[in-house]
Design a binder for this molecule. Structure first.
Ligand code: ATP
Ligand code: MG
Length: 363
């Protein structure tokens, strides 16, 4: 079986470190590994509109931001198909057909939807489109026959729901859809990177992000203001590592060579943590180290972005070509789905023959 990737992001803002460690960095590695037959990267504008219906301009403006972030991190249009969801109308058709296979109560039980509804204070005024977006996500994944979905932990219930839809479809209509698997980050800290405020998830909607395109001064301000251990007041106080965002980020980003380069007094992260726990190590020193680590990661990304920003029409051209390519793939899947569902009337010569025989019985 072919190995195919489908993943993406909502164009509701620029991409941040959570996206980077949760999915984006992995996608680039998988793209470069040459082990996949196809890498599809989707800018999920239609999904973004499900909770931004009154603000299409926000979505429109952020498409280019996400595309620039992608390419500055190393997604390469020669090796990955980067496309815009709304331009693939086949996805909407698939969503419509799959929605017959899902119950309202099942959607209500989806933990990600539950959390997001709470986060957006929707209470009872949830847009139907938002409520049903797990179904449209199943359409996105299956349209490309994706086997692998690199994503953060928050997406687990989504992939689970997609798998249920695939199994249901294949049982009812015959094997037509590919069963996908989520590919989670292997590093625990990257499963769900917290925000700079210490809240559970770095998220555009919570305003606690370090963006890939933030300049050095902004990153410095954000790192220096990061949430640590509120009880670690004097340098001599013993400090806590659990829930200490600065250490979570070091878990996510630091490598042994960073110590020899920027903090040679320590051999590695364990020694730094031990010192912090014992007391005698100040937050500022740890934050300065984190800043050096992040700057090393972000500097080349920023530089590539500057280059890419010089030719915006080229980026739109990439997205158009990607969307044309994606539409072809999705159309092939849709035909297969329609045939399986027995709604391919005009392609089915047998059907027409059988129906005519019914009305003009052989003499
Ligand atoms: P929004 O608030 O608009 O939903 P978001 O910041 O949650 O935005 P998405 O576009 O929903 O971002 O997520 C895109 C991808 O990035 C998903 O695979 C998701 O799992 C991953 N991701 C987002 N935030 C984080 C995070 N803090 N840690 C790890 N992965 C993340
Ligand atoms: Mg999200």
């Amino acid at each position: 079986m072919k190995k195919i990737i489908l993943t993406g992001d909502r164009p509701t803002g620029k991409l941040h470190l959570g996206h980077y460690v949760g999915s984006l960095k992995r996608r680039v590695e998988l793209q470069d590994s040459g082990k996949f037959d196809k890498v599809n990267i989707m800018i999920a504008d239609a999904q973004a509109l499900t909770d931004n219906a009154d603000n299409p301009e926000k979505v429109r403006q952020n498409i280019i931001e996400v595309a620039l972030d992608y390419m500055s991190c190393g997604l390469d249009p020669e090796r990955s198909t980067i496309f815009i969801q709304s331009q693939i109308s086949e996805l909407t058709e698939l969503t419509f057909f799959y929605s017959n296979l899902v119950t309202v109560s099942r959607l209500q039980r989806n933990p990600t939807v539950k959390t997001e509804i709470k986060m957006r204070n929707f209470e009872t005024s949830i847009p139907v489109g938002f409520f049903t977006y797990p179904i449209s996500q199943a359409a996105d994944i299956t349209a490309f026959d994706a086997t692998t979905v690199p994503a953060g932990e928050d997406q687990m219930p989504m992939i689970e729901q997609t798998r249920e839809i695939v199994n249901k479809f294949n049982t009812v209509y015959g094997e037509a859809l590919v069963l996908p698997e989520i590919l989670l980050p292997t590093n625990q800290a990257c499963l769900r990177l917290p925000g700079t405020d210490g809240k559970a998830k770095m998220s555009k909607s919570l305003g606690n992000c370090i963006y890939l395109s933030d300049d050095s001064d902004t990153v410095k301000k954000k790192v220096m203001g990061m949430y640590t251990d509120p009880d670690h007041i004097k340098i001599t106080d013993p400090g806590k590592i659990e829930g200490n965002t600065v250490f979570t980020y070091l878990d996510a980003f630091s490598r042994p060579e960073h110590f020899s380069a920027f903090l040679p007094d320590y051999v590695g992260l364990d020694e730094l943590k031990d010192h912090y726990k014992k007391g005698g190590l100040g937050d500022v020193k740890v934050k300065k180290f984190l800043l050096a680590v992040l700057e090393e990661e972000l500097t080349p990304i920023r530089a590539r972005r500057k280059e890419l920003e010089k030719d915006i029409p080229y980026i739109y051209d990439v997205l158009k070509k990607g969307s044309d390519d994606a539409r072809e793939t999705a159309a092939a899947t849709l035909s297969r789905v329609k045939a399986a569902m027995r709604i391919n009337y005009f392609d089915d010569k047998e059907l027409i023959k059988a129906q005519s025989e019914k009305y003009t019985p052989a003499e």
